[in-house]
Structure formats: structure tokens, C-alpha cells
Design a protein around this ligand. Structure first.
Ligand code: PLP
Length: 638
């Protein structure tokens, strides 16, 4: 089971039990939930796949781990201040999740970060006012006057709210509003660091970064505040060099640069209290522990140590008090807690059957192909592969010029596939296979059709080639015998997953098991299987708790999926919430259709057809009933 690197990316939450099923340990301890059994139980409650399971205890555990890593670093380096983290709501804004985080975060004075007006609305009402004033509400993002007015006034109801200036014009609006309401704003600045980020979000730094102030702009802010006698209002320095920073070297560079800016701001007389290191703490999606973009070459403790040590060094050198450390980790907190479960609905395997040859006089090209097939062995397989490809190409040319019948072309293709299969089996036993046989391995890859929209449930896999661990959640004590890519339900050729995690690089296929039917004796790999009655085959996509849900879209009108929240009480779990996915009616509403209007139009259609005797009354009523049932149903295959 090293195939799926589960130990690398899943520890301590995910493992495999003696039944070959994935287990989830929500608190990272000995209590384990059998995921396959859980999914079957949820189905008995009529909660259908695809399904997102959120384990809120994992969320609590991630929060606690982050906190204790930074606390440990603070103790280790004799750092003379505290850590006050915030959760960036953009990472996953769902109410149950944000509420859970706020609750779990209370012992640590864990706050929230917002990047837009709607997110500010959530945070103001969800974050409880902390009597000690230690829980932060950090306001980032583009801000208009309404945003700023609400934020400024909310500082007066007890929230420890800091407005981070990301665009220079925000300063002028803030100063005007502060004068109007006669209040002193609590401000921060976001710096555009020179440190080069890495990976997909590397452009979040440098002069061309979308957000933040250049150093001359920061100096201008200081001067302006000084002039209006409000320099003590500037309390926080923020930077964010991008998400999923795989390399610790990049983080070290950034914190070194930011610490110096912080020290300078103090020296210039600003009322500095906080250094906010943003997000970027990466998740090891492939378990390789490298600086590959789907991984990271450091752990949470290394991250904490490097930050604490760098800030302390910079401050001590100039005899400046250590700031309260703030971080805005989203991905590292939220990713692990959600698992996406979906079923395979069918598979398309390379053809297995050989034609019957020799009953009639075969065309020369078919005979050549057959001879090639029969003569393949360990010595000549490479040459035979090229012969087979050439004869197959010849057969297609002959067909295109009208010299081969459809049946003959079918035979030619079947024998060609037979050759490929035979050669592939030989190559599997070889220690070295030459590059010209690379295409062969790709040809032998099956397609597994899955009950899922990649666009809705794993948009990053489509948009930015993000890798997530994907594997069966059962049958893991059976050796998988197929290599497959996954094709989703959308009618879009991009709606597929064809890159998978690998220790060394990226795999082009995933090891999966043959589908089984409920009739055990039949060969599922036949071109037309005898039955469509497959035994369930469930796959899980892991570490999808950050960004995926909210960025999903309605491509082909596949809507939100069912979501279940699981909470543990000692050694038992309970379903805390079920959030039903969209019905067809709901997704149609997003695109301005009314279910009643549509049903009425269909009714008129059936009446017209009835009048022309094209349909009888029973079938017309059946059609209407069916249509209405579909409107009420889940948008996925049931
Ligand atoms: N803070 C800011 C300003 C961000 O833009 C982001 C997201 O990119 C984050 C925090 C969260 O980053 P991450 O999910 O990498 O922790």
C-alpha cells in the first residue's frame, strides 16, 4: 500500500486497517473510524454520493498543533511575546466550519482574517468579542468606503480589529472617516516583499505583486500618519508571499526581510505591536517531503522555529521589544479535515478480446498483424511493437481508401490491442524499457468514469494541476490490477484527473482494482459486459478542505454535493450536521429558470402531443411525473 503514500500525506489521520479499508483518526490518536463502513452507514441514511465528509476534530487538532509548534518555538528561543493566529476565511467560508474554528480557537485567542466585504460580515458576527481584547480580526483585501466604515465602527464594539492598508488610497479614506467619527483607527500595512515566492502563487511578492505597499509607499504612510499625529495607530506589519510555499528557504528569506521592515517601523516611531507573517504554510499532498510544488521540505515545527528565531534576532539586535506573532494559515489548518467520496460508475479498459482468425480468407494486413501477435516474445517485443503499430496504421489507411470493411478494421484493431497487451506484459517484467515504448504504457491505461464533477469538487485539479491524494477507500488488501485515469460526469474533456501523486514525480495513472459485478462469474472486461450491476467501488480524494469547495463551479449544472460533519465524542462519532447538496431545481434557479415554468411548458408539450396522438395519456403523465421527480433530485448519478 506504499502505492498511495498514505503514511506520507495521511499521518496521523489516515491509515489502512486489516480489512483493507481506509481508517480516519479524527483526533490523531488510537480511535479510528472505518471510512468505508461510515460511507455505507451514511448511504443508509439516504445521503448519496458524491459526498464530502468533514471531520471537525481534525480541524481542532490542526489548530492545536499549529499553536503548540509556535508556542514551543517561543519557549525554545526565549521569545518574549505570544502567538495570536487568525484563520483566513477565504480558505473555506462555510458556516459550520468557521463556527467550529472560532469555538476551537477560543483557548488560543484564535481570530479571523477577512479579504472582502462579505467575509467581514461573517467575521464581525461570528467572532465573539474577547474581554481580554487579544483575539484579532484582520481586515485585508480591497476596501471601499463602506467596508472601511463598517470596520472602523466595529473597532468600537470591542473587536480587536486591524485594518491592513493594501492600497495607498485606503489610507486617505480611513483618515477622513476617523476624523468624521472622531476615533483612532488601528492600522496595519501589507508590504510587498522582494523575496521571490515559489510555485503557483509565487507572484504574490515583488513590485508587481497585486497586493501590498512598496517600501516608498510604506514610508509615505508613516510620514502621513506622523503629520496627523497618528503614527501610534500603525501597529501591524503584514506580508503574504503566496500559498503552498514548498521551500523553507523562501520562508526564511521572507521573514528576514519582513523582520527588518518591522524593526525600522518601530525605529521610525510607529506604534508597532504585531508582525503578521500571512499564510503560505504548505501541505504535503504527495507525502514526499520535498520542495516539489505538491509537497514541502519542512514541517510545522521547522516553520515555527524559523519564524520565531528570525524575528527575535532582528529585534534583539536593535533592542526592540518582540512583537506579537500573527499568522494567517488556511491551507495547513483546513485541508486535512475534508474527504471527498465518490463512486466509480463504469470503466473503459483497453479491449481484451481477440477476433476469430482464419475461418475465412483474411486480408493481408490482418494476417500480418496476426503473425506479429503470434510471434511476440521476450527477445523481439520492441521490434514487434513497431510492426504492430505500422500494420495498424496501414489497416486504417486501407479502410479510409475503401479497401477494408468495418468488420475487418475491427479485427485489425483487436489484434493490434492483443499485441500491445502481450508486449506490455513482457515489459512489466523487464528492469529497463526503452523510451519508444512509452506510448504503450499510456495505451494500456483504463478510464474509470466517476460520479463527480472535477469543476465543482476539485477545481484546482483542473485549473492549476493541483495534486490531491486519490485512492480506493476499500479493497486495499487486494493488489490493484489496473492503471487508470478518472473521467468525471461533465461533457468537458478537461473534466478528468490524469495526474496523481508519486514519490518521485507525478504519475500519469492511478492503480485501481477491476470493477466487480454482482454476478461473480462474468468477465467485466468484455466489450459489452453481461450486466451493469457493479459492486460499489468507492474512491476518496483527500486533503480537499482548503479552497476547493468555494471555488467549485456549476459546469454542466452539477451542483453542490452533500456534506456531512462528523464530530467525535471520546471513542464514538456522531453526525453533527448534514448539508444537503443542490437539487436540480436549485441549480436551475442559479441560471434563472423556474421549476414551475419549466414544468408548465412540459405539460403544454405533452398536451400538444396528446392532441396529435403522438403519446397516450398514461405515458404523458409518466413523463410529467418523471420530470418533476428529476427536478427534486440530486444533480449527480444516483
Ligand atoms: N492571507 C492572505 C492575505 C492570503 O491571500 C492567503 C491566501 O492565499 C492566506 C492568508 C492563506 O494562505 P494559506 O492558505 O497558504 O495559508
Amino acid at each position: 500500500n506504499n502505492l498511495y503514500q498514505i503514511e506520507g500525506w495521511g499521518h496521523p489521520y489516515f491509515a489502512i486497517n486489516e480489512l483493507g479499508n481506509i481508517t480516519v483518526s479524527p483526533q490523531g490518536n488510537d480511535y479510528k473510524i472505518d471510512l468505508f463502513e461510515l460511507v455505507k452507514n451514511l448511504q443508509k441514511r439516504d445521503i448519496q454520493l458524491p459526498l464530502l465528509i468533514r471531520f471537525s476534530d481534525i480541524l481542532a487538532d490542526r489548530l492545536q498543533r499549529l499553536h503548540s509548534c509556535i508556542e514551543d518555538a517561543i519557549a525554545r528561543y526565549d521569545y518574549n511575546n505570544v502567538y495570536r493566529g487568525v484563520y483566513p476565511i477565504k480558505c473555506n467560508q462555510h458556516r459550520q466550519l468557521v463556527e467550529a474554528l472560532v469555538e476551537y480557537g477560543k483557548p488560543y485567542h484564535f481570530g479571523l482574517e477577512v479579504g472582502s466585504k462579505p467575509e467581514l460580515m461573517i467575521a464581525l458576527a461570528t467572532l465573539e468579542v474577547d474581554e481580554t481584547g487579544e483575539t484579532l480580526l484582520i481586515c485585508n483585501g480591497y476596501k471601499d468606503e463602506d467596508y472601511l466604515e463598517t470596520a472602523l465602527l466595529a473597532q468600537q464594539v470591542g473587536h480587536n480589529l486591524i485594518i491592513v492598508i493594501e492600497q495607498i488610497n485606503e489610507l486617505y479614506i480611513i483618515l477622513e472617516l476617523s476624523k468624521k467619527f472622531n476615533l483612532k483607527p488601528q492600522l496595519g500595512v501589507r508590504a510587498k516583499l522582494q523575496t521571490k515566492g515559489s510555485g503557483h502563487w509565487g507572484d504574490s511578492t515583488g513590485e508587481k505583486a497585486k497586493f501590498g505597499l512598496t517600501i516608498p509607499e510604506i514610508v509615505a504612510v508613516v510620514n502621513r500618519l506622523e503629520k496627523t499625529d497618528q503614527l501610534e495607530c500603525l501597529q501591524l506589519l503584514h506580508f503574504h508571499i503566496g500559498s503552498q510555499i514548498s521551500s523553507i528557504a523562501v520562508i526564511k528569506d521572507a521573514i528576514r526581510e519582513a523582520s527588518q521592515i518591522y524593526v525600522q517601523l518601530v525605529t521610525m516611531g510607529a506604534g508597532m505591536k504585531y508582525l503578521d507573517v500571512g499564510g503560505g504554510l504548505a501541505v504535503d499532498y504527495d507525502g514526499s517531503k520535498t520542495n516539489f510544488y505538491a509537497s514541502k521540505n519542512y514541517n510545522m515545527q521547522n516553520y515555527a522555529n524559523d519564524i520565531v528565531a528570525a524575528v527575535k534576532d532582528a529585534c534583539d539586535e536593535k533592542n526592540i521589544p518582540h512583537p506579537i506573532l500573527v499568522s494567517e494559515s488556511g491551507r495547513a489548518i483546513a485541508s486535512h479535515h475534508s474527504v471527498l467520496i465518490f463512486n466509480v460508475v463504469n470503466s473503459n479498459n483497453p479491449p481484451q478480446e481477440l477476433p476469430i482468425i482464419g475461418e475465412e480468407k483474411e486480408h493481408l494486413v490482418i494476417r500480418n498483424l496476426w503473425e506479429t501477435y503470434e510471434n511476440i516474445d521476450e527477445e523481439n517485443y520492441q521490434e514487434m511493437y513497431h510492426d504492430a503499430v505500422q500494420f495498424k496504421d496501414e489497416a486504417i489507411s486501407l479502410f479510409n481508401f475503401g479497401y477494408l470493411t468495418l468488420k475487418e478494421r475491427a479485427k485489425a484493431e483487436q489484434i493490434y490491442w492483443g499485441c500491445c497487451r502481450k508486449i506490455y506484459e513482457i515489459t512489466q517484467k523487464e528492469s529497463y524499457v526503452s523510451d519508444d515504448l512509452n506510448d504503450l504504457a499510456d495505451l494500456m491505461i483504463s478510464t474509470y468514469y466517476v460520479n463527480l464533477s472535477v469543476f465543482q469538487s476539485a477545481p484546482d485539479a483542473w485549473a492549476i494541476d493541483q495534486l490531491f491524494p486519490v485512492l480506493p477507500i476499500h479493497r486495499l488488501n487486494e493488489k490493484p490490477n489496473k492503471k487508470a485515469i478518472l473521467a468525471d460526469l461533465t461533457c468537458d474533456s478537461d473534466g478528468k484527473i490524469d495526474k496523481f501523486i508519486d514519490l518521485l514525480d507525478v504519475k500519469k495513472s492511478l492503480e485501481l482494482h477491476s470493477l466487480e459485478t454482482n454476478k461473480n462469474d462474468e468477465n467485466i472486461d468484455n466489450l459489452i459486459p453481461e450486466s451493469n450491476d457493479f459492486k460499489p467501488y468507492y474512491l476518496g480524494m483527500f486533503l480537499v478542505g482548503a479552497y476547493q469547495e468555494i471555488m467549485g463551479n456549476l459546469h454542466n449544472l452539477f451542483g453542490d454535493i452533500n456534506v456531512v460533519h462528523i464530530e467525535c465524542k471520546k471513542d464514538a462519532y456522531q453526525i453533527k450536521y448534514v448539508v444537503k447538496g443542490d437539487t436540480v431545481t436549485e441549480v436551475l434557479k442559479y441560471v434563472e429558470y423556474s421549476a414551475e415554468d419549466l414544468t408548465e411548458k412540459l405539460r403544454c408539450l405533452t398536451e400538444n402531443a396528446l392532441a396529435k396522438n403522438q403519446i397516450d395519456l398514461d405515458n404523458s403523465q409518466r413523463l410529467i411525473k418523471n420530470y418533476e421527480e428529476n427536478l427534486r433530485s440530486y444533480t449527480y448519478l444516483i
